[in-house]
Design a protein around this ligand. Structure first.
Ligand SMILES: Cc1ncc(COP(=O)(O)O)c(C=O)c1O
Length: 298
């Protein structure tokens, strides 16, 4: 399995130079425990983000600080998380933004963990891995991946991390003593999933087609779509408190997530998931279109 991950890292992510790989029991446990394993006391994460980055800082009794995309504004830290494509916003870092993060990691001797679990789901854009931009010097850099998203294998709990050889050796030592070991049948399923790209392409088309149907329907009822260039979500706002948007959608029988769940800055946005079935997405589009025609959103 490690060979399969290594091959995939070289051919799919463009990794080069010295790097190691480490299987995970899904990527969430790693996000939650990395600050503890690194004995980090200062952890940075995006100001609108997947909540487990903050939970990990709390578990480690570390100070968690939400930060903007621009690393020149970041305070000193032991660990900085980035997440491109982002959950919940679907924002994708440019190559220059990723290079700025690598530069910051080197200048500050700080570990950067790049959560890239949505990398395969660009919509007219090709998100890249931080590992393709390190010029083979992967010190202090970790890229986190998950088959939950790429191969819809969330129930298998299958993820892995790729990067700094010394860091991964340290993490492996602790993790094996903590029983964080991927079972053999899951390892075999991971090898099979990584050897195939066709299902990933099909799934990408499925999500993008749902986005292309849902986005205009949300716009018709007054939502402005922001970012949402990749990943499994639409991030949008009606410039009203998030719970007002959520309640209004709930009246139509449509469930979305309040942006506040991802940080205080998200409190006027909502996250709409593209993980519902095609039939349910079409039904939501029909209800939104009907609401627009009746103008019941004004
Ligand atoms: C940004 C991000 N990272 C990590 C995860 C964890 O996924 P898993 O534990 O299934 O690999 C998720 C799940 O939603 C996520 O959105």
């Amino acid at each position: 399995m490690r060979g399969a991950i290594r091959e995939w890292a070289i051919h799919r992510l463009g990794a080069s130079g010295e790097f190691d790989v480490l299987p995970l029991i899904g990527s969430k446990e790693f996000v939650a425990w990395l600050p503890t394993f690194l004995e980090a006391s200062r952890v940075l994460y995006p100001e609108i983000a997947y909540p487990t980055y903050s939970v990990g800082a709390i578990l480690a009794s570390a100070t968690g600080t939400p930060v903007s995309v621009d690393p020149t504004t970041w305070p000193d830290a032991d660990l900085a998380w980035i997440n491109s494509p982002s959950n919940p916003t679907g924002r994708v870092h440019s190559d220059d933004e990723l290079k700025a993060v690598i530069h910051w990691a080197r200048a500050n001797k700080c570990v950067v963990a790049s959560d890239e679990c949505y990398l395969d789901f660009g919509d007219g854009i090709h998100p890249v891995s931080i590992l393709s931009l390190t010029s083979g010097d992967n010190r202090n850099i970790l890229a986190v991946h998950s088959l939950s998203k790429r191969s819809s294998m969330a129930g298998y709990r299958a993820g892995f991390v790729i990067g700094d050889v010394d860091l991964i050796a340290r993490l492996r030592e602790v993790r094996k003593h903590a029983g964080m070991i991927v079972p053999l049948p899951i390892q075999k399923a991971m090898i099979t999933a990584l050897s195939d790209d066709v299902h990933v392409k099909e799934q990408r088309q499925r999500y993008n087609s749902r986005r292309q149907r849902l986005a205009p329907a949300l716009q018709r009822v007054g939502f402005e779509i922001e970012e949402s260039r990749a990943g499994l979500y639409i991030w949008c706002t009606r410039r009203e408190p998030d719970w007002d948007s959520i309640s209004w959608l709930a009246e139509l029988g449509i469930l979305a997530t309040p942006g506040y769940f991802y940080g205080a800055k998200g409190d006027h946005h909502i996250r709409v998931a593209l993980t519902a079935t095609d039939a349910n997405v079409d039904e939501a589009v029909a209800r939104l279109t009907q609401a627009a025609s009746l103008q019941i959103f004004t």
